[in-house]
Design a protein around this ligand. Structure first.
Ligand code: G6P
Length: 368
């Protein structure tokens, strides 16, 4: 193949390590004078942009989780009515889609059958369709009105890592751009966020460099049979993605849950055998998630807290603490997902799994 492992034992590890570069190349040429500018790629008239009322994002798998992260930023920075759907659901019930809808289809490969079918339905109903994909010339990219490319380079590992990072980057650029065009965000807020976005590649690289602590954590927990991943707000989709990575490549049962929803079910499964990995950066929901840690701790679950550098309070709540650099709340998923990718990688490695080609999974699901 054209791509080799570049000294890494697996493509997945190589791709995890490329994530700082992926954010950097996604931003390149798309920020001008401290503002996001996508006008080269999206030839939208002011009239078209003003006509939209809702924004639908449609995807499968990890691309769906990147979309759930972006939903939070888009709802905050734009005045659009944002909803995110799984493609196989959206395609069969998209009655409210119309010409006032911007429909965004997120697919690494651009070849996922359900996502392509969902695009055709939305387009048939008059929506303006935008693809966010890593593959120029893919089926999806050829059929939509507009395309934004990830520029992540080919991803070989079946479990998506760097393309998740690329998708979040591009979706955030879109959020800031739409926020500006529609006046949903102040100029001061925009420049503060763009500045933080520019810092992200360095923070991503610093986070990836902490691999050792995840390999140590995997050594302790690789034999467990069940894991619960929790998070709130921006960290909820991160918990979903962390659980997905673990089950995809290590075949361990892992459930991702909204922290506040734990007591409506998963708490029944908790005991000393079930570790709880809580994504808890220092954000506006921090205190609420802390209370969920206490609930899990009371059921004797080993607690792994994934927090922010310098958060000493976590020490009295958790058995293990993994931290990432500080960033604005909205950008925390770019950092918190990395230790979860590395944890899944090291658990799978210890369990002797075929990391780059997990059983029963395909890189892209091109048939229904
Ligand atoms: C498969 C892959 C996943 C991917 C999903 C969506 O399930 O194994 O890694 O997230 O398809 O693929 P897409 O190419 O549409 O992003």
């Amino acid at each position: 193949s054209m791509v080799d492992k570049g000294g890494y034992s697996h493509f997945m590890l190589k791709e995890i390590n490329e994530q700082g570069a992926v954010v950097r190349s996604s931003l390149k040429g798309r920020i001008e004078g401290g503002r996001v500018d996508l006008s080269d790629e999206l030839q939208w008239t002011a009239e078209t942009v003003a006509s939209w009322r809702s924004l639908h994002i449609v995807a499968c798998g990890t691309s769906y989780y990147a979309s759930l992260v972006a939903e939070r930023a888009l709802s905050r920075w734009t005045d659009l009515d944002v909803r995110v759907d799984i493609a196989s659901e959206y395609r069969h019930r998209t009655v409210r889609t119309d010409a006032k809808t911007l429909a965004v289809f997120v697919s690494q490969s651009g070849e996922t059958a359900d996502t392509i079918a969902a695009q055709r339905v939305a387009r048939g109903l008059g929506a303006h369709c935008l693809a966010i994909t890593n593959v120029r010339g893919s089926t999806l990219a050829r059929e939509v009105h507009d395309t934004l490319l990830l520029k992540a380079g080919p991803e070989i590992g079946v479990a998506a890592t760097k393309t998740f990072m690329g998708q979040m980057s591009v979706l955030y650029l879109l959020a800031l751009y739409l926020g500006r065009l529609r006046g949903g965000i102040t100029a001061a807020e925009e420049s503060r966020l763009v500045e933080e976005l520019n810092q992200l590649p360095y923070k991503v690289e610093a986070t990836v460099a902490r691999e050792e602590s995840l390999s140590e954590l995997a050594r302790i927990y690789a034999e467990r049979r069940d894991f619960l991943f929790l998070g709130r707000g921006y960290s909820f989709p991160v918990a979903l993605e962390g659980a997905l990575k673990l089950k995809e490549i290590s075949y361990v049962h892992a459930e991702g849950y909204a922290a506040g929803e734990m007591k409506h079910g998963p708490i029944a499964l908790l005991d000393e055998k079930v570790p709880v990995i809580t994504v808890i950066p220092r954000d506006s929901l921090y205190e609420k998630t802390l209370s969920n840690i206490l609930e899990a701790k009371a059921r004797k679950s080993p607690i792994i807290a994934l927090g922010t550098d310098g958060d000493d309070l976590l020490k009295s709540y958790a058995d293990h603490i993994i931290t990432v650099p500080w960033t604005d709340e909205a950008f925390t998923p770019f950092l918190t997902v990395i230790p979860l990718q590395l944890f899944a990688y090291h658990v799978a490695k210890r369990r002797g799994c075929d990391i780059d080609k997990p059983r029963n999974l395909a890189k892209s699901v091109t048939v229904e």
